[in-house]
Design a protein around this ligand. Structure first.
Ligand code: AGP
Length: 602
């Protein structure tokens, strides 16, 4: 996720901006920049890579006196990580920084280009500053021009704009992406979260969606659709690490709660009312492709397994799945009509990267689904689709898995749409379900409290089975991996239909079975599989929209209209169950023993 900082006042601005951006590093980024206006002086600096590159560039630059200033760390969603694509973006006399996705940027860009506006970058953000300068030619005030600009934006944005047309004012707007305002006397601060302004501002106001306005020295005006509004400042927390966790106990917990929001960003500009758009892929990308091979490790392997069901069912394209560490040494049969997809949160997993290089040497077209732009796997691939999960700090992957699975669902529909192997009705049904996914990912206090209480019963025993059918089998594997990783107890994911082929020998009261029992898919078959286990005194925790009287514990889910909605809702349940068990065992939830966030060695 991008990071935004802004400052208006008399203090030295460069350090305020750079220190503020440093505090946002945890959000992940691949380039950064600042812009400062002090009277007639307009200065701007940008650098790709880490912030020290920007510090190096600005080491001889000092600000003085009153001024307005903005800064940004960019997590690429549109366009490669380059200086040209880094923020702030410049018009003729104005600068803008932005976090979010402008869904209608292509139409706006075309309109502006038709009027002779030259774009330097590939980003959606650049449309904001050019649109503002267009509006400023005819508006009765700079503020009116800014207001007109914001009203034309669709999508998510947290944006700051400074302009030589008004050198003592910072303009701001917030919709769908976070931004707050800090105050200390006449000084005004802006930031994506509170860590950059801790120790600088004394009071804070967290902007709401649809709010916009401007700040001058000693003047702060806030508006929404109903016009100017009052607001209440609150005291600012002093604990930075707590602030980075946004008040959650662990990064993993925060990232589970973030899933509902980030999945919306994953879909933005891709899932439209009745079609799927993937600008990242050329129109002929699937020409000559008759099958797909997906290669990954760990959690990413589980999203790959899920994709196999979706690609064959929805896109009617043959799909097989490989564990990268196995694929590398198996002398695989590879044919050029196979699209080789790699999935990786980090984009640096050694086995997955080497598997990709093998496939490329064999002449296969490659596509990566990744969370980190400019990573090794992304750079090695012919094309990449970014998951837009934002940085994931918890070693046990959660929102990366959710966004990978969403991208793969989108890809299955896209291939079906391009190859005309999916009907318009089925496509519409799938898209409708997709658009409900953010709701299915919302963590309610009731659910979290229930899982916290339930977890005390699962701190011992000789192991766990997570069982499911169809797409709920890879979800069972993922639930078992989450639990293993952070509780250090043994857990296995299994196809529910396999119980009688051996595993049921383990069934007794100390074997805990987490049964994924969706209403919309194979419920009766799941019921009989679970009954087999229950009859042998296995302890059953059923996750289902339908009450199941044989369960020792029961988590009732509610999104039962579509298998993928049930998938995502049950995914949250298994993630929280693992987290709460780990907390009770006193383990390090974010940094479990023996594990690394990215396995960059064999
Ligand atoms: C997931 O919780 C684990 N941290 C691990 O299995 C991870 O998914 C695997 O190492 C692959 O990492 P990648 O997605 O960055 O390639």
């Amino acid at each position: 996720m991008c990071g935004i900082v802004g400052y208006l006042g008399k203090n030295e601005k460069k350090e305020i901006l750079l220190d503020g951006l440093q505090e946002l590093e945890y959000r992940g980024y691949d380039s950064a920049g600042i812009a400062v206006i002090e009277g007639k002086n307009l200065n701007q600096f940008k650098a790709i890579g880490k912030l020290e590159n920007l510090r190096e560039k600005t080491k001889n630059y000092q600000t003085k006196g009153f001024g307005i200033s903005i800064g940004h760390t960019r997590w690429a969603t549109h366009g490669k990580p380059t200086e040209l694509n880094a923020h702030p973006h410049l018009g003729d006399y104005s600068y803008v920084v932005h976090n979010g996705i402008i869904e209608n940027y292509q139409a706006l860009k075309a309109e502006l280009q038709a009027e002779g506006v030259k774009f330097l970058s590939q980003t959606d953000t650049e449309t904001i500053v050019h649109l503002f300068e267009k509006e400023n030619k005819t508006s009765k005030s700079v503020f009116q021009a800014f207001k007109n600009t914001i009203e034309r934006l669709d999508g998510a944005y947290a944006t700051l704009l400074i302009t030589q047309a008004d050198t003592d004012t910072i303009y701001f707007a917030k919709h769908g992406s976070p931004m707050l305002v800090g105050f200390n006397g006449d000084d005004v601060y802006f930031a994506s979260s509170d860590t950059p302004i801790i120790g600088k501002a004394t009071e804070v106001y967290y902007l709401e969606d649809g709010e916009y306005g401007y700040a001058k020295e000693g003047v702060f005006k806030l508006f929404d659709a109903n016009g100017e509004k009052t607001f209440k400042k609150q005291a600012l927390t002093a604990d930075k690490v707590l602030a980075q966790k946004d008040g959650y106990r662990f990064f993993m917990e925060k990232e589970i709660y973030e899933q509902s929001r980030v999945i919306s960003e994953t879909m933005m500009g891709r899932v439209l009312d009745d079609t799927i758009a993937l600008d990242e892929l050329g129109s002929d990308f699937f020409e000559g492709i008759n099958s797909v091979k997906i290669c990954a490790c760990g959690t990413s392997y589980h999203s790959a397994l899920t994709a196999a069901y979706l690609l064959e069912r929805l896109a009617k394209v043959r799909c097989d799945i490989e564990i990268a560490s196995e694929f590398r040494y198996k002398d695989p049969l590879l044919t050029p009509d196979t699209l080789f997809i790699t999935i990786s949160q980090s984009g640096e997993t050694a086995d997955t990267l080497e598997a990709l290089k093998m496939a490329k040497r064999a002449g296969l077209k490659s596509l990566s689904i990744c969370n980190v732009d400019n990573s090794s796997i992304v750079r090695e691939s012919d094309a990449a689709i970014l998951t837009r999960a934002g940085i994931e700090k918890g070693v046990a992957s959660t929102k990366a898995f959710a966004t990978q699975t969403m991208v793969l669902w989108i890809l299955a529909l896209y291939i079906g749409q391009e190859k005309k192997t999916i009907s318009k009705d089925v496509l519409k049904t799938e898209i409708d379900a997709m658009l409900h996914t953010p709701k299915a990912l919302v963590v309610t206090d009731t659910l979290h409290e229930k899982l916290h209480r339930l977890s005390k019963r699962y701190l011992h025993g000789h192991g766990f089975f997570f069982i499911g059918r169809d797409i709920f089998f890879p979800l069972a594997l993922e639930g078992a991996l989450k639990l293993k990783e952070i509780s250090y107890m043994h857990a296995e994911g299994y196809p529910a239909g396999e119980m009688k082929h051996g595993p049921i020998a383990l069934a007794d009261s100390e074997l805990f079975t987490i049964a994924l029992m969706p209403k919309s898919m194979h419920y009766d078959k799941m019921k009989s599989n679970v009954e087999e286990l229950s009859a042998r005194d296995a302890t059953i925790c059923a996750i289902s929209p339908l009450p199941f009287e044989l369960a020792d514990d029961f988590i009732q889910t509610k999104y039962d209209s579509h298998p993928m909605l049930e998938f995502f809702e049950m995914m949250v349940v298994t993630q929280l169950l693992a987290l709460e068990i780990s907390v009770r065992l006193g383990n390090d939830v974010d940094m479990p023993r023996n594990l690394a966030k990215s396995v960059t060695v064999e």
